[in-house]
Design a protein around this ligand. Structure first.
Ligand code: OSB
Ligand code: MG
Length: 357
């Protein structure tokens, strides 16, 4: 599907997004849906669409064939014999959560213990060539009510952008995401970000680091938020213990699914660590899972969960996700609370594979 707004990060630009949907059917004909959030190339993590398909077909489905599952929470440990590949795991796990909650005839958000009926959302804006374009886009999203603005930054495209943005918007809730663009050699440069009253700075250093982040955090006042570095609750525990960050961006795809995302949420709530739900430019299925997750009480900060129309001309779900006054109203329908738009799905489908149990 082609993005309405091509998305540029410190690594490159996403214009078209390939992805796949897992559909699980039970004997009664109920269907659950999950979305892989892997990209076509391994710029964000090592996973890709193709590696996901390989993992699912050759390892994860055979595991499911061998074991009888009783609850979606059991999937994390069932899949733990396969190392990593969390996005592949999550696409199946989240589909089974949707099916399980539809079988119970209850919304996913209620079954996982969510409370909020409305969730706060922010907008994540890619790198723009021209600051005036960026300022205009910020203005647009603020006027639609989005509750905070996240800017992508990279070397040579950071301090001057922040100066311009703060000149025009001195008090808006603002944060930056570097997608690992810096190293500790940039420490003196990185200290300058503290002047802009940012809510947080997301993943400034290497995608697989928590040690250097701890050193950086000790030298700056703005909270660090980890994204790429966090793949599990174990990673969160270590990062918190080391002081590598003060905030966690939770993405179900990156941590292997809804269950692990909830475990991280529960741990952080207990430790009074703020969390929020990140995004992966999902289509409607993945977005609906993120919305359900973000209803949990510990999601205290606005998520990267924009409305369908920010991403797509036509989403693959109905109703589409709508943002009103910076909030999304959570559906009370069973499962993920949105139906599949079969016509849209069909239009974008290039390959289907079926597996029998
Ligand atoms: O780093 O949070 C990120 C999109 C794709 C991959 C990584 C990231 C992002 C975003 C956009 O920031 C979030 C969204 O609007 O889905
Ligand atoms: Mg990020």
């Amino acid at each position: 599907m082609t993005l309405n707004n091509p998305f540029a990060t410190s690594f490159g630009t996403v214009t078209d997004k390939d992805f796949f949907i897992i559909e699980v059917l039970n004997k009664e004909g109920l269907r659950g849906y999950g979305e892989s959030v892997a990209f076509s190339s391994p710029w964000y993590t090592e996973e890709t669409i193709e590696t996901n398909i390989h993992m699912i077909v050759d390892f994860l489905i055979p595991l499911l064939h061998k074991h009888q599952l009783t609850h979606p929470d059991d999937i994390t440990s069932l899949f733990s014999t396969i190392r990593g590949n969390n996005m592949a795991k999550s696409s199946i796990e989240s589909a089974l959560w949707d099916l399980y909650t539809k079988e119970k005839d209850l919304p996913l958000y209620k079954i996982i213990g969510g409370e909020k009926r409305h969730i706060d959302v922010g907008i994540s804006l890619g790198i723009e060539k021209n600051t005036n374009v960026l300022l205009q886009r910020i203005e647009d999203y603020l006027s639609q009510g989005y509750r905070r603005v996240k800017l992508k930054v990279k070397r040579d495209h950071d301090i001057s952008v922040l100066e311009d943005v703060r000149k025009h918007f001195p008090t808006i809730p603002l944060m930056v995401d570097a997608n690992s663009a810096y190293t500790l050699d940039d420490l003196e440069h990185l200290k300058q970000f503290d002047e802009f009253n940012l809510m947080m700075r997301e993943q400034p250093l290497a995608h697989d680091d928590i040690i250097d982040h701890a050193e950086l955090q000790a030298n700056i006042t703005t909270p660090i938020c980890l994204d790429e570095s966090i793949h599990s609750l174990a990673d969160v525990r270590q990062a918190i213990r080391l002081g590598s960050c003060e905030i966690i961006n939770i993405k179900p795809g990156r941590v292997g699914g809804i269950s692990e995302a909830k475990r991280i949420h529960d741990y952080c709530l207990d430790k009074r660590i703020h969390v929020w739900c990140g995004g992966m430019l999902e289509a409607g299925v993945g977005r609906a899972h993120n919305i359900a997750l973000a209803t949990l009480a510990g999601f205290t900060l606005p998520g990267d969960i924009a409305g369908s129309s920010h991403y797509w001309e036509n989403d693959i779900i109905y109703p589409e996700v709508v943002v009103k006054d910076g909030q999304i109203e959570v559906s009370d329908e069973p499962g993920i609370g949105h139906q599949i738009n079969e016509e849209q799905m069909e239009k974008f489908t290039v390959l289907k594979r079926e597996f029998y149990f």
